[in-house]
Each structure stands twice: as structure tokens, then as C-alpha cells.
Design a binder for this molecule. Sequence first.
Ligand SMILES: [Zn+2]
Length: 461
Amino acid sequence: MKNLLFLSILFFPILLFGQDQICGNSLLETLQERELPGYKDVITQTILDAKSSVTYRDGDTLTIPVVIHILYNNDAQNLSDNVINTQMEALNADFLRENENAFETRPIFQDVAGTANIEFKLADIDPNGNSTNGITRTQTSVQSFINIDIAAYFEAIIACGVDLFDPESLAENIECITEFVNLELDLMKSSATGGIEAWDVNRYLNIWVCNMSVDIGGTESPFILGYAYPPVEAPNWPDGTIPEDIEQKDGVVIHYEAIGPNNPSNMTLLGTNDQGRTATHEVGHYLGLRHIWGDGDCTMDDFMDDTPVADSNSQAAGMTCAELHTKDSCTEDDLPDMIENYMDYSVETCYNMFTQDQVDLMRAMLEGPRSSLLEGAVLSAYEDRGDQYSLYPTLTDAKVTIKGDLSIGMILTITDIQGRMVYLGDIDTPSIDLSEYNDGLYIIQLQSDNRNVHTSKVMKF
Ligand SMILES: [Zn+2]
């Protein structure tokens, strides 16, 4: 028996880890459901609520502040600013539909392709109001944040009857597998376990970048490439209260080799997951999207009306996009599987689109459960691109500091969210005091004598 298991360990990695895209979301949701019964229903209800609130098809660019937390145990994991910046460009291109391969969307799907018009900016104010480049770097003694007994994992795969030739089988049996194997996913989110705490999850999209490999017979293979917490709304929880620890865990985690596209350390993922689109996929989850095949057969939906049904993901290492285009797994509709969708698992170079319904849902999430990302005071510095002034909130005393030359005579107006002007006057100190005002969102405008207007949004809370 021992021999048999040993042989199995040698055999499985080829099948399990030779796959292109390994997203940990079904694993995450299974583990969460165990701790918080009803969790999956809360996600579903949050999606349905957001879907029913969609009111538009176009809209202004929505900007999300991002902090990247790099956790490194060796130099290769300590990705350079250049790699992070290139990843941010790739993420923005996909969400603005400025990706170079957008023209490769097949004609049959061009009408439903959507432009999310969402952009991501590295934060330039940290939670203490200090300037930052939006990247934290933390050296850790933790070699991998996937702490799993891999032999027990393979035994569980056998015990649970996973069909190794069916790409869906592992996900379908994940509940059974986690009965046998102890697995904690969020160790990178606490300094007590070698990670780093989130910045305020209501105001920043936190992205942890760390090693999530496992050692199989001396070879390191990524266990998962990424996962993300989906939006959940307070009223949908069974007892009406969101568990407190969601505030410490919300965000996205990405395996360091899957950051791209110009990552010198993407060794095992080169040629497969090297376009930076693990981030696009996981941020899609973070903004409420499900896998395009609905994590099930042709009867399972992803809640989107303009994505074809599919009975499985399109994972296919080594296949060309043209070969993948022949995949049509369900007869319930007349369309082939949409392998170019970021929420499939096909091949990163074949991904090129979100649909309009997916775009609408993500934007509705940014008006609903994730709206605080757009309202937080950290946004003030993003809205002054090309401008000569910056406004920085001081979080402790309800003051906003103006950086820039005030000597040229400025008019300050403060308007509340109902559009009422609550202040109009000259400004002669580099500090605006909001302590007298009620909590809420304010529009602050500075007008210089050359008629340039600088606008910032500040949330007082
Ligand atoms: Zn996924």
C-alpha cells in the first residue's frame, strides 16, 4: 500500500499541476461555508441584488485604489516595482478593453463584449495619511503560504474518488477533500502567521502576492494561482451581521509567479499563465463575477444572460485559441463556449473579453457593496492627475491638507452629497477643517485665479 501511494504521488503532479489555470475560489467558498453556514447563499443573494439594481450600460471611469502586499522568502519572490507596474497596466488594459488582443473576440461574441471602464491605481496615501507607492514589502520566514500535508492531500483525492481525467472532478469533490486535509488559506493576511495585515478593506483593494507552491517530490508547483473574496452584503447574512474577520481577509491573493506579464520568476508558468490575467480573473471574482461555466454542468448558470452555458472550464494546456474555439459543450444554446472570457480557465493568450452583463454587474457592485472603494478619502489624490494640487486627508482629526502653492489666491467650496454648498470662501491655510460637518461624502473644489478647478472627494466618517 505504501508503495502504491508513493507511485501515486509521482503520477498525480503531472495531471494535477500540469494544468494552466488553478483558481482557488471553490476551495475558498467551501472552507468559508464550513465556518459560516449560509455563506454561499449570501454570495448568491448579493449577486442577484446587484444584478437587479443595474441601471446603466455606460458610465464614467471608476477608479479603485490598490495596495500590493509583497511577501517574500527569497529574492525571486520580491518582485520589482517594474513587474508590479506592468501587471497594473495589463489589469487596466483588460478592464478598459484596451487589451491588444481585443480584436480577437470572435464575431459571434463581439456584440456582447463590454468595456468595464474600471481602472486600478496604486494608492499614494496609506491608511495613516502618509504618501506611499502603493506597494508594501515584507520579508517572511514562511516558505509557502499553502501549509498542507501533500501526502494526506493525495490520499484524500483517492478516498474521495476524484477522476483525474475530468478537470471538474477536483472542484466537485473539494468538500470531501477538505474533510480529510487541514487547509487554511489566509495565512498571508496576518503578521502572526508570517504575513501582513490588510489596509482598510473598505477603502483599498488589497492584493497579497506570495508563494502558494507545494513541494512534490522536490519540485515546487503552484497549488493555486489565486483566489478572491466576492462581495457580500450585510442584509443577506442569516443573522444580519457580517462576520468581523471578513474585514481582515477581503481582497485578492495571487501566487507570485502568476504576476505578469514581464515577471522573470514565472518559471513554471511561462507560456501558460504569463500575461498577468490571473489578476484580471481574480479581480473579476472580487467584483462579483462567477466562473463562466457556473462551476457545474450545463444546468448551472453564472447568473449572466449573455454568456453561453458550458459544462466545464476550458482548461487545455498546449492548445491553440483556434483549437479551443471548437469547444461547444452544451446543446442548450446555439453558441460555442466563450473560451475568450476572462472568467473561464482557457489559455491566458486566448482571453480577451468580459461581456456587457459581466461589466454591468461589476459596476453595480461598485455602486453597492463595494461603493466605499470609490468614496474613501484615499481617492482624493487620484483625481488630480495633471493638476498642481493634492489633497491629503488626516484620518485622526477630520482635517484635509492641501499640498500645492496657495499663494496665488484660491477659492474653496465644499459641497455635500445632496449638492448643498456648505462652505464658500478664500483659503489661506493649507488645511481644511471638516470637524464641524456631519459624517458623509463631500466634494471639495479649489479654484485658482487662473480659473483652474481642482476637485476632490473626501469621506468624513
Ligand atoms: Zn476563478
